[in-house]
Design a protein around this ligand. Sequence first.
Ligand code: DX5
Ligand code: ZN
Length: 220
Amino acid sequence: MSAPLICPSILASDFARLGEEVAALEAAGADWVHIDVMDGHFVPNLTIGPDVVKALRPHTSLPFDVHLMVAPVDPWLEAYRQAGAEVLSVHPESGPHVHRTLARIRELGAKAGLVLNPGTPLSALEWLVDSVDLVLLMSVNPGFGGQSFIDQTLRKIEDTRAILDHAGSPAILQVDGGVTAANASACASAGATALVAGTAVFRGGREQYAANIAALKSRS
Ligand code: DX5
Ligand code: ZN
C-alpha cells in the first residue's frame, strides 16, 4: 500500500507570508496544497478568496486542492478554477443540484470532489460515485483548524472504501480534520489515500514542516 498523499491545509499557516508558506510546503515534501475557502455563512469562519489563490499560484507547482465551504457554491466554481485550482471539492448541502455541480467542475477541467461532513450519511454518495474524482470525509465539523479527530470517521472511511472498491472507482479517498501522526496510520489502514493536515504540519515552525510531513507519511 503506497503512502497517502499529504495535503497540508494552509488554514494553519502564517497568513502574513502565504507565498513563502506554499513554497516551503513544496520544499518540505507536501503532495498537494489544501486551501480551505470559507464564506462565514456555510461555516462560521471567513478565509480565502480567488484573488489570493491566483496570487499564490506562481509560488508553487503543487496542485491546489480547494475545499469550498461556501453556499451557494455554484457561482464560485469558475473563479477558483481560473485562479489555479486543480481540485474543487464541494459539500452536497452547498447547492440545490450537486450532481450538476460536480459535472460543472469536470467541465471546467478540474477534479471533482464530494465532501461529507461528520453528520452527512454515506447515502449522499450513492448516485454520485461515477461523478467524483475524490471523496473528502470530514473528521471534524468544518470551519476551524485545531479540532480533535472524530473517531467514528474511521468506520466511515472503511465503508466509503468498500463503496468505491465495489464500484471499481479510482476516486481518491481524502480525510480532513484533526489528522495527526497518531491517527494517520489508522486512516490509511481504513482505506484513506490522501490526508489533509493543518496543525500537524505547521506546528513547530517552518524548519519542522519536512519532519511533520514525513511523520504523517511514515506512520501511514
Ligand atoms: C476545517 C478544514 C480543515 C482544517 C484542518 O474546516 O476543512 O482542512 O483546516 O486543520 P487541522 O488539521 O488543524 O484540523
Ligand atoms: Zn479542508
